[in-house]
Design a protein around this ligand. Structure first.
Ligand SMILES: NC(=O)c1ccc[n+]([C@@H]2O[C@H](COP(=O)([O-])OP(=O)(O)OC[C@H]3O[C@@H](n4cnc5c(N)ncnc54)[C@H](O)[C@@H]3O)[C@@H](O)[C@H]2O)c1
Length: 396
């Protein structure tokens, strides 16, 4: 299969590229280094230096003999997107002369993914809105014009649903109103501008599915943790980008880094905020199973991509417990919450769809967290305490 990964340099994109390449698929990755450039601009360093996408593809080739094709380009430019489908980007036919180049699957990760970034200021907000919506819309039109049978796997976010006072279904809700019934997208109410763009993505994709018969799987993912996957095989040059700052770091990755350098864990408010989480290896599994069993033509299939739920305080307590076992003195600090969010709320999402198509969950056990502590500890000299927290305020 030819698999095109949009956003292939990112935290999830590069591990996904190696995963599918190792299975023998033809993999093309596209990225414009938006994430890396934003980190440089904001001066929020990563835990370790990550080679460029081209260097990583070369390393991968040296280790495995497999090719990952790299395209550097801005997918919010429609011509860059269209060139991937209309024959302008030439794909290597050496492996299989019948290879047409048209990807059978597109995995769409190419977005600005940070909620605090989207609320930094009007410039960052505009970048988030225009980048995320243009990339998705450009993809929809490229598929309509050149590749209607290609299956898209898009990563949405559980944050699209917010924290409603009713159970969260997988994407859709049957509504009975004045004696009549219909099925609609589950009501969405995001708490950040970034999450709002993901709601709009879903709307753009639902329009394209209804109108042009496209086939799309939208995975409502929770925050991901971890950095080692089967393909890295301990080779740190193949590790994904790993941020530990408030803007781009995800919570488990941040807490472990804070614990390693003796920075009090930054719990916002009371810490009752409950979300669904998953291991980076399960992102790969979920995407893989979605690719293996694609959505049908004219179907927008939605799965909730989480494996278990935790409150922020539960994660902080776990980090403290595991850290203590390893000899770290971990403290917890309740900071004034910079976000606009409920600190105690009902949360009961459904998430059986992905296990139903064969995903076998990895859970966040003490052992898994210990493994992450060990890796982060190797880079403790690189950790800059001053970039850990800056308090981007939602309501300011
Ligand atoms: N990491 C998580 O915990 C998490 C949770 C829920 C949803 N998601 C979603 O999953 C996807 C991947 O997340 P991630 O953590 O890997 O983020 P990331 O920022 O590491 O990866 C996204 C990649 O897309 C690239 N990109 C963005 N705009 C682009 C453009 N216009 N042209 C070309 N490349 C572009 C970026 O440079 C980056 O490398 C995102 O859509 C994000 O919203 C992530």
């Amino acid at each position: 299969m030819h698999i095109l990964i949009l956003g292939g340099d990112g935290y999830l994109g590069w591990p996904t590229a190696m995963y599918f390449s190792r299975q023998g698929h033809q993999v093309t990755v596209v990225d414009n280094y938006l994430r890396r450039n934003a980190c440089t601009e904001l001066d929020v360093g990563m835990l370790y230096t990550v080679p460029s996408l081209q260097q990583r593809a070369r390393l991968w080739h040296e280790k495995t003999g497999r090719e990952i094709k790299v395209v550097i380009g801005d997918l919010s430019d429609p011509e860059v997107m269209r060139s991937l489908f209309d024959g302008r980007v030439t794909y290597d036919r050496a492996v299989d002369p019948s290879f047409t180049g048209i990807p059978e699957t597109v995995i769409h990760y190419a977005e600005q993914p940070s909620a605090p970034y989207s609320l930094l200021n009007h410039k960052a907000a505009n970048l988030t809105v225009s980048n995320n919506l243009l990339v998705t819309n450009n993809l929809m039109f490229a598929l309509k014009d050149f590749a209607r049978d290609t299956h898209v796997v898009h990563i949405g976010t559980m944050g699209e649903y917010g924290t409603p006072n009713i159970d969260i279904e997988e994407g859709w809700l049957e509504v009975e109103h004045k004696g009549r019934k219909d099925t609609f997208l589950f009501p969405r109410q995001a708490s950040s501008l970034y999450h709002t763009t993901k709601i709009m993505d879903t709307d753009l994709m639902w329009f394209a599915v209804r109108t042009w018969g496209l086939r799309i799987t939208d995975l409502m993912q929770g925050p991901v943790y971890g950095l080692e996957t089967n393909e890295t095989e301990g080779d740190e040059r193949l590790y994904p980008i790993f941020n530990y700052d408030e803007i781009f770091g995800t919570i488990v990755n941040r807490f472990i880094t804070q614990a390693v350098v003796g920075y009090p864990l930054t719990v916002y408010g009371r810490g009752g905020q409950t979300r669904g989480y998953l291991n980076i290896n399960d992102t790969l599994q979920c995407v893989d199973k979605s690719v293996e069993t694609p959505a049908k033509s004219g179907e927008l299939r939605i799965f909730n991509q989480i494996m278990e739920t935790f409150s922020v305080m539960e994660l902080a307590e776990m980090t403290r417990r595991v850290g203590a076992k390893l000899g770290y003195d971990v403290t917890i600090e309740h900071l004034e919450n910079p976000r606009k969010e409920a600190e105690e709320h009902y949360y009961n999402p459904t998430y059986q769809g992905l296990t139903g198509i064969g995903v076998e969950p990895h859970y966040l056990t003490d052992e898994v967290m210990e493994g992450m502590f060990r890796v982060v500890d190797r880079y403790s000299d690189n950790i800059r305490k001053e970039v850990i927290f800056r308090g981007v305020k939602w309501g300011a």
